[in-house]
Design a protein. Structure first.
Length: 157
């Protein structure tokens, strides 16, 4: 497993759309493992492939012992809202207060290409939404007025 360099805003790759993964092979598995190692090295709880310069729809997360990799994720119905602050490995020293859905359903593929559907709520739901935004070129600074942006604290997504 390699620790990959994390792109920092305003790197233009962070604003690009990611493409769907169509090849589920050893290279994808290596990417997932490298992304997890990178996320851990930077003390994050989530990471999207564009953050390491790869424009593919791959996200990884780990929070409170729950680890997950989602390929080509699509968030379906959302319920309830919650407002919390978020950080981002690509925006060091920045925290943003963001409103997100509290409960989500995600349709995605696992690393073998099998279609999965999961239901998540709370902070893990927030992580998935944050990382899925990265696949669309959306950053946390796009989600809140400037007065809701403030210096970094703990848990960086």
């Amino acid at each position: 497993m390699a620790v990959l360099p994390v792109l920092i805003y305003p790197d233009p790759i962070l604003r690009q759309q990611s493409v769907a993964v169509t090849l589920f092979d050893d290279a994808l598995d290596t990417l997932i493992q490298d992304m997890l190692a990178t996320m851990h090295a930077h003390k994050g709880v989530g990471l999207a492939a564009p953050q390491v310069g790869i424009l593919q729809q791959v996200i990884v997360m780990e929070f409170e012992g729950k680890k997950m990799a989602l390929i080509n994720p699509e968030i379906i119905p959302m319920k309830g809202t919650t407002v919390e602050e978020e950080g981002c490995l690509s925006l060091p020293d920045t925290r943003v207060i963001i409103e997100r859905a509290d409960k989500i359903i995600v349709k995605a593929q696992n690393k073998k290409g099998q279609v999965i559907q999961i239901r998540e709520k709370g902070y893990f739901s927030r992580i998935i939404q944050h990382e899925t935004d990265h696949l669309k070129g959306i950053l946390i600074i796009d989600k809140a007025p400037l007065e809701h942006v403030f210096p970094q604290a703990d848990h960086t997504l």
